[in-house]
Design a protein around this ligand. Sequence first.
Ligand code: THU
Length: 142
Amino acid sequence: MTNTELILEAKKAREHAYTPYSHFKVGAALMTKSGKIYHGCNIENAAYTPTNCAERTAFFKAVYDGEREFAKIAIVGGPEGTEPDQMCAPCGVCRQVMMEFCDPELFQIILLNGKDKMTTVLLKELVPYGFGPDTLRNIHKI
Ligand code: THU
């Protein structure tokens, strides 16, 4: 699937967002290395902190299904009732979840950047000097 198509899938996912508090709707479309797509939306909570971001919803659905190898994720977000055209980069917690399951050198994050523009970044660019499973593996080698 192309990056443009994956952004369209993220837009579809965004329609499922449950956002009675922020009214800010986010959608994500996560593609496995085998080409399967997992959709995610943000799901808010009256107690606020249990809120789950769109990206993590997509990852957790995929991991539940036994998926461990991911190629890329498209993310779109913006206020309810508007067509998203601002960049919505993943929050720090979602970046850390990506670090758990994705190769920072290879995993691509596709973001809208204006109406019909996209920006693609690698996970290593969003999480420089990141902490991940490799860090622990190296510790255990000592
Ligand atoms: N949100 C996401 O779904 N993904 C992000 O990466 C940033 C924030 C959601 C959480 C909350 O429901 C709303 O956006 C406003 O913060």
